[in-house]
Every structure is written in C-alpha cells, then in structure tokens.
Design a protein. Structure first.
Length: 182
C-alpha cells in the first residue's frame, strides 16, 4: 500500500477517535476507552486471536472477520466499563438501584461479563456510531465488528473496558467489508 494512503487512514482513525471522545455521554460522564492499532504485527496478533476464538467456539464469522483485519490498514477499538453504573437508579440493568447493581454477582459468558449498565452500553453505541460516521464522511471503508472487540478484550488491549467493538479501516477500490463469505 502506498505509504501516503496509510498515513491518511491513520489520520482518519485519529479523527474518528475525536468523534468517539466528543460524542454525547450520559450525565456528561465519559467512560469510553479508545485504542488505535496500526502496525502489521498488532493487526496480525489480533487476527490470530480471532481465528483461535472462531475455532474454539465454532463461530466461523470470527475467522471470516480475521481475514478483514489482516487486510485492513488500521483498527480503532472503542470500549466502555459497563460494570460501572451511571447512578440513575433506572433499572435497565435488571436491578432496582445502582447500589443493587454494584452488589450483583458478575457472571461471565463466552465473550462478556454481565450485567452491564444500559447507559454505559448506549454511550458505547453512540461513540462507535459517531466514529463510523466520521470514517464514512472521509470515504474510508469501515465496519463495526463485535468479533474484533471480543478478541481485543481477551488480549487485554483495552485496560479499562468490559465491552468493546472494533472498526477496521481500509481504502481499496471496493470495500473489503462487504460481499464476504463464511
């Protein structure tokens, strides 16, 4: 890939990070964590983990998505600490109060641990949507991927987050993130 093109994609990823950071947050409390992966070694390590998860759990989409990671020029990871309540006592987590939520036994599933604060998860969605829109406005192909976030969490690439999503970024004549086969 032309080095100038990769440099431009990294700059777009940085602008996406700004969009995620400045996206509206519940109560104005920003618990979003953002990590940029741009080196071939970093991307291959992430793709290897995705393939491992895919084989271990028999989820072929992890393996399919790992191929996209290897073809991408950068990955933007966006996560949040969903185990930290926003202190609204809304009940969206399944508990009457945030105090009850804090005392709840955390249960680890195959990929994530719950329960999670619904407003933290909404904040994550808004931040990811804002970042994806920035990439779109700047004509850099991207796709929101749960599989990338899961592998990144398992690798410890996000230090503060319980939930994460990944946005792979590329610029080719046709988007590599569509027309994919399992």
């Amino acid at each position: 890939m032309n080095m100038d093109l990769k440099t431009a994609i990294i700059e777009v990823a940085r602008l996406m990070a700004i969009s995620a950071r400045t996206a509206p947050k519940t109560r104005g409390i920003d618990d979003i964590e953002i990590v940029l992966l741009e080196g071939e070694e970093e991307l291959n390590k992430l793709a290897d983990k995705m393939e491992e998860i895919g084989r271990e759990t028999d989820r072929k989409f992890f393996i399919r998505d790992s191929k996209n990671v290897r073809q991408s020029q950068a990955i933007l990871l966006i996560g949040v600490k969903s185990s930290k309540p926003k202190d609204l006592d809304c009940g969206g987590c399944g508990y009457k109060t945030c105090g009850e939520f804090r005392k709840a036994t955390k249960v680890s599933g195959r990929d994530l641990t719950g329960p999670g604060c619904i407003f933290q998860l909404i904040d994550l969605g808004i931040a990811v949507g804002s970042a994806a829109k920035t990439a779109s406005l700047l004509n850099v192909d991207n796709r929101v991927m749960f599989s990338i976030g899961t592998a990144a969490l398992k690798l410890g690439l996000l230090k503060e987050s319980d939930v994460a999503l990944g946005l792979p970024l590329s610029a080719y004549g046709k988007s590599i993130y569509f027309d994919r086969k399992m």
